[in-house]
Design a protein around this ligand. Structure first.
Ligand code: C2E
Ligand code: CA
Ligand code: CA
Ligand code: CA
Length: 285
């Protein structure tokens, strides 16, 4: 566990975090935000889904919804570029509500068709978490789809949670009361406060792919992953490793006691209908 705490900057009171929006030049941000304003009504946004598996049973336990923007001129724009812009412009709130409705609708469709994808995970940005209406937005998405709350997982970011404010705390409690499960995305990346873990009721830690990558490269990498799994265990949380690309890594994770995994080894993010077809093949093989 020592490795985990080494990163902690003990002298500072505030949690610092790196803002990816600062990467993108201002003019490009303006272009992107103008384009995004109409993307939803023009039908340019689409969700892709990536499977999540149990490392013990190899069963599919869920799928993460990942947003795609197909722009008529620019082609596919990476979410790493446009999500920060959507946050900055506030557009993430209306786009986020659409993502929740669409993901719940898809999850309900899979259930109705007997496709075994028990949980759909949806990314929630820090800005959405500050919106007092988030709990009712989630409740409405579930109700509209007729989806039971245990079939929905929300992936929250550390940058959203470390803001020790009453609004965020109330929202997280409200979400928990709805019966959805909560995951911490990119756990351990660049942030220094773990206090929120004992304050908020989350169910799952997603081990960031940067740690997963280092797992087989270095002894320190493996120590960090082991430490995260240890923290999760002692708090009664499950763990999911992201970015698993090869069998060796999957096996090492399983031996360390990691519960679930996601990554190119098991499947790339793909349109819902492609995943439906793959799941049908999986069943007969
Ligand atoms: P994330 O939530 O950490 O998502 C995981 C990213 O890793 C995805 O990139 C996924 O395609 C990629 N990935 C999955 N398996 C592997 C692997 O084995 N190897 C490698 N190298 N990469 C892998 P993507 O789809 O480009 O999304 C990037 C980020 O954009 C996401 O990171 C998330 O922070 C954000 N994002 C995507 N969709 C949404 C959304 O619907 N809402 C919000 N708020 N953010 C989103
Ligand atoms: Ca995620
Ligand atoms: Ca992640
Ligand atoms: Ca990430």
């Amino acid at each position: 566990e020592a490795a985990m705490y080494k990163a902690k900057d003990a002298g500072r009171k505030a949690c610092r975090y790196y803002d990816p929006a600062m990467n993108v030049a201002t003019s490009e941000r303006l272009q992107l935000s103008n384009g995004l304003r109409n993307a939803l009504s023009r039908g340019e946004l689409e969700l892709h889904y990536q499977v999540q598996l149990s490392l013990d049973s190899d069963e599919v336990i869920g799928a993460e919804a990942l947003l795609r923007w197909n722009h008529p001129q620019w082609g596919t724009v990476s979410p790493a570029r446009f999500i920060p812009v959507a946050e900055e412009s506030g557009l993430i709130v209306s786009i986020g509500a659409w993502i929740l409705r669409e993901a719940c609708r898809q999850a309900a469709e899979w259930r109705a068709r007997g496709v075994v994808i028990p949980v759909v995970a949806v990314n929630i940005s820090a800005l959405q978490l500050q919106d007092p209406a988030l709990v009712s937005t989630v409740a409405e998405a579930l109700a509209a789809a007729g989806l039971p709350p245990e079939a929905l997982e929300l992936e929250l970011t550390e940058s959203g949670l470390i803001q020790d404010n009453a609004q965020v705390q109330a929202t997280v409690e409200g979400l928990k009361e709805l019966g959805v499960s909560l995951a911490i995305d990119d756990f351990g990346t660049g942030y220094s406060c773990l206090a929120y873990l004992s304050r908020l009721h989350v169910d799952l830690l997603k081990i960031d792919q940067s740690f997963v990558r280092d797992l087989k490269r270095t002894a320190d990498g493996s120590a960090i992953v082991a430490a995260i799994i240890q923290i999760a265990r002692s708090l009664g949380l499950r763990t999911l490793a992201e970015g698993v690309e090869d069998r060796e890594t999957a096996e090492a994770l399983r031996q360390l006691g990691c519960n679930h995994a996601q990554g190119y080894l098991f499947g790339r993010p793909m349109p819902a209908r492609s995943l439906t077809a793959q799941m049908a093949e999986r069943r007969v093989s």
